[in-house]
Design a protein around this ligand. Structure first.
Ligand SMILES: Nc1ncnc2c1ncn2[C@@H]1O[C@H](COP(=O)(O)OP(=O)(O)OP(=O)(O)O)[C@@H](O)[C@H]1O
Length: 534
């Protein structure tokens, strides 16, 4: 210890194992980061001498107890026996913990421990510092400047991670064993006692387990889900709502699945005659599955998540619904009224694709103006277009935020639809950081006090993305429109009559067969010319 109170740790005392465990080179061990790491380790070592080293969330839960609860003997987990032999469990008074029998312990196993036992096959270590520090040291960075949230976790355990990150355990390390035992490790910055932390684990693991359950029921192939049918189905736990309620970051909506209706035409779905005719002129005569599932909900102004495969007709679903309502407004909506629908797309290519479809649909309704802005045009030109008015705007998040912040003439007070196309892709890019700001600015500019526009989320993947970036969107009891059927009916080869093979043989297949016929009587070249008889 130096005079200033800082601990000075001679690197050489750290020993060869220390270097080996982090794979450090000789030059690295003299780095500033490495010294800081050593200091921290030393502090922890000192601290551990005064505090209980291992704390069991269940008090005294063992693998046998978890097995007893489940009705069979689990037996020791691989490697667990040796580990437990090495570890000395201590009580908070520092006395060795008394090993109790399985029967005694059966009553003390919390549901969290069972949960861990069910879905864990091997011990999983969670925790911020150990892993994060190792990574930072490998990169040669100063760990004090980095947030200690670079937690790594086994594949498939991200939900647990989300729960842990949102909790008071974020910078502690704990291990979940197959037996359901949870060990918490302490370090010098811990202020509260062990019981507080242990109490926090069971609800977390319960939440984590819920989060791992399937989040959507499969879509109904045909017909609406009527109330009676819904009551018969086992109630699906509201995973996002309850499971991760503690975490604002991972909060998501509870979705009501909605299968396609049996309507055979766009008219049946509620689309007006003129638009249905216009669609038929452009080859859209029969609505696709996803359009049958989504258009009725879109027309009823409910928030909606549309999920289906690529090129299945998702874009047309929401465009048809929006334009159907815009063209049918009692008083014609002029461009001076500002923007009524904003479609956010993650990339320029998606923007262009959506705009192309939009322009096809707007051909008939000349008073409705559609446009795309994604940065390929000069900003002043875009501003001029916004000043004149764009009723349906297709935009990338970056460009939209820019105009919301800097273009006064951009009028969004009457916004009625906000579409996030390809939302799963959008949430994987940096654009997701701008979404929160966009929603806030749109809400501030809105005429009415509460958010009143219809939210439409379009995604291709079945798995719901991380909703943390959409937490401020305030989806209002959204419906999930999805269907499992292939996007196009497959051709039925069996129903086709087979060609008459005799006829096919009798007739020459094509004009190219003619020269062959002519050559039919000739001798092959390799036999040479026929010599005349003497
Ligand atoms: N009802 C329909 N009848 C015939 N063709 C349709 C119908 N709906 C959409 N299409 C055609 O299918 C193609 C894809 O449609 P759309 O762009 O809506 O699909 P998407 O699911 O949004 O695609 P992506 O996943 O690439 O965004 C378009 O060329 C469109 O013309």
């Amino acid at each position: 210890m130096s005079e200033s109170g800082d601990i000075e740790l001679n690197v050489s005392t750290a020993g060869p194992n220390f270097r080996k465990s982090y794979g450090l080179s000789r030059s690295k061990k003299h780095s500033k980061t490495f010294k800081k790491q050593s200091q921290l380790k030393q502090l922890r070592r000192e601290n551990r001498a005064n505090k209980p080293k291992i704390l069991n969330a269940a008090g005294s839960t063992t693998q046998a107890a978890a097995g007893a609860l489940k009705g069979y003997d689990l037996g020791p987990a691989p490697g667990e026996q040796q580990k437990s032999a090495k570890r000395q469990k201590v009580t908070s008074e520092g006395q060795p913990a008394k090993e109790s029998t399985a029967a005694e312990q059966a009553g003390t196993v919390p549901p969290a421990a069972q949960a861990a036992a069910v879905f864990q096959k091997k011990p999983v270590v969670f925790g911020g510092e150990a892993k994060a520090l190792a990574e930072l040291i490998d990169e040669g960075e100063d760990f004090e400047e980095e947030p200690l949230e670079a937690m790594e976790v086994e594949e498939g355990m991200t939900d647990i991670l989300a729960a842990v990150q949102a909790s008071q355990l974020r910078d502690r390390q704990f291990t979940v064993h197959p037996s359901g035992q949870v060990d918490v490790d302490y370090h010098s910055s811990d202020e509260d006692d062990g019981e507080g932390v242990a109490g926090a684990i069971p609800p977390l693991l319960k939440a984590a387990r819920q989060a791992r359950l399937p989040r959507m029921r499969p879509a109904q192939p045909v017909g609406h889900l009527d109330d009676e049918h819904q009551q018969q189905q086992p109630q699906h736990p509201a995973t996002y709502k309850e499971g991760l309620a503690q975490s604002n970051a991972a909060k998501g909506p509870k979705l009501q699945p909605h299968g396609p209706s049996e309507s055979k035409s766009f008219r049946d779905l509620g689309v007006c005659q003129s638009l249905a005719d216009h669609l038929a002129e452009h080859g859209l005569r029969v609505p696709r599955q996803i359009q049958r599932a989504s258009i009725p909900t879109l027309l009823s102004a409910e928030d909606l998540v549309i999920q289906n495969l690529e090129a299945s007709g998702k874009t047309y679903s929401y465009l048809i619904a929006i334009i159907n309502q815009l063209q049918g407004a009692e008083t014609r909506i002029s461009r001076e009224a500002g923007t009524h629908a904003i479609i956010l797309a993650p990339s320029v290519s998606v923007c262009s694709k959506v705009e192309a479809a939009l322009q096809i649909l707007l051909k008939r309704y000349f008073w409705l103006v559609g446009g795309a802005m994604h940065g390929s045009e000069a900003r002043n030109k875009e501003k001029a277009r916004l000043r004149r008015g764009v009723t349906v705007l297709v935009c990338t998040p970056g460009r939209l935020l820019d105009h919301l912040q800097h273009t006064e003439a951009f009028r969004t007070a009457d916004l009625r639809w906000l579409v996030l196309d390809d939302v799963d892709q959008m949430l994987e890019t940096d654009a997701c950081h701008q979404l929160g700001q966009i929603f806030e600015l749109l809400r501030d500019r809105s005429k009415r006090p509460s958010q009143h526009w219809q939210n439409i989320l379009v995604m291709r993947k079945r798995k719901l993305p991380d909703w943390s970036a959409l937490a401020t969107l305030k989806l209002d009891n959204p419906v999930l429109a999805t269907c499992r059927e292939p996007k196009e009916p497959r051709p039925d080869f069996r129903s086709k009559p087979l060609p008459d093979m005799n006829k096919a043989r009798a007739q020459p297949k094509s004009s190219t067969d003619e020269p062959k016929k002519k050559l039919a009587g000739r001798r092959p070249l390799w036999q040479g010319k026929k010599r005349g008889k003497p």
